[in-house]
Design a protein around this ligand. Structure first.
Ligand code: C5P
Length: 305
């Protein structure tokens, strides 16, 4: 019989996401909104280093990643080191659920900006669940991990599914994996100011008219989503722009590039554009940096760590 080695140290990469489409369909009685959204991971990663502890304690700290990605877009007040942080909440939830006696020290290197609409906190939580499932040798099924993820936040199940590209409904937690033949290049920029997800949702006007047609959905299922970019939209753009004037300024800078598709991600404040090549994405990134935007990134869609 072959035994699988259980690690005592583990490194987990947690990718960012963008919403290629986000229709806010209805306001619900529980205060959330029913959505139809298409999410793709991006090859921008936070890194979690997990070390097993025998005393059952959960210890957590974080540090900013590369200086190039900028501390100016990481708000320390939004990154507490106690159980207000989704990483610690994910670890406690899993420990309770699985009745695990082990503990863990978690060191997070943060490169994904906060209040950006890039799913930074959610991807950290999903990476914590999967990392601890391995470190604590729990052998939970994907369905169990995704169920726990839904208790932590609306975007966490998408990351917990590790599909890379998905069509999501409900709060965002009902997920249909999409296959895509292409992984387009992407350029993203974020102003120094962020946006609170709850505030943007409060200011939006739900409208089922923004939902994708069956024709577009079947195109997405066939992986032809980049050709369907003109049918995609983000209903949170307008309320976000009303709350933060930098969003409109960013949009205007992206307008000049003539890209096939550009939009805000999630509840903002990051704006992104899809490019034909990585070379083009890097050229746009250079222009955005010269225009003074404090955080700019050029990379590729669909990263599965
Ligand atoms: O689920 P999560 O904690 O990430 O959501 C943050 C806030 O965003 C919620 O408290 C809610 O105000 C808003 N939200 C919403 N509808 C969704 C997802 C989030 O209204 N589908």
């Amino acid at each position: 019989m072959r035994s699988r080695a259980i690690p005592t140290q583990l490194r987990v990469e947690a990718p960012a996401k963008v919403n290629l489409h986000l229709a806010v369909v209805a306001r619900r009685a529980d205060g959330f909104h029913d959505l139809e959204t298409v999410m793709s991971t991006v090859n921008l990663f936070d890194t979690l280093n997990l070390g097993k502890r025998n005393d059952g304690q959960i210890e957590f700290w974080w540090q900013p990643g590369l200086a190039r990605t900028g501390i100016r877009v990481l708000d320390s007040a939004l990154m507490p080191m106690d159980d207000r942080n989704l990483v610690v909440r994910a670890a406690l939830l899993l420990k309770n659920y699985a009745k695990a006696s082990d503990g863990v020290s978690i060191a997070l290197t943060k490169r994904i900006p906060t209040e950006a609409g890039l799913g930074g906190g959610s991807t950290n939580a999903a990476a914590t669940l999967w990392g601890l499932n391995r470190l604590w040798d729990l052998n939970l099924e994907t369905a169990e991990i995704v169920e726990l993820a839904a208790q932590l936040g609306s975007d966490v199940p998408f990351f917990a599914m590790r599909t890379g590209l998905a069509l999501c409904h409900g709060r965002g937690e009902r997920i249909e994996a999409l296959s895509a033949r292409d992984a387009p290049a992407i350029v993203m920029a974020k102003p120094a100011s962020g946006l609170s997800t709850a505030a943007v949702f409060r200011a939006c006007h739900p409208d089922a008219g923004g939902m994708l047609s069956e024709r577009v959905i079947s195109g997405l299922r066939d992986g032809r989503w980049s050709a369907l970019a003109r049918s995609l939209r983000n209903d949170l753009q307008r309320p976000a722009a009303e709350l933060n004037g930098d969003v409109t300024r960013l949009q205007k800078d992206f307008d000049r590039f003539g890209l096939p598709f550009h939009a805000m991600s999630g509840s903002g404040s990051t704006w992104f554009g899809l490019c034909d090549t990585l070379c083009q994405a890097r050229r746009c990134a250079g222009v955005l940096r010269a225009r003074g935007w404090p955080w700019v990134f050029a990379g590729q869609c669909r990263a599965v760590a």
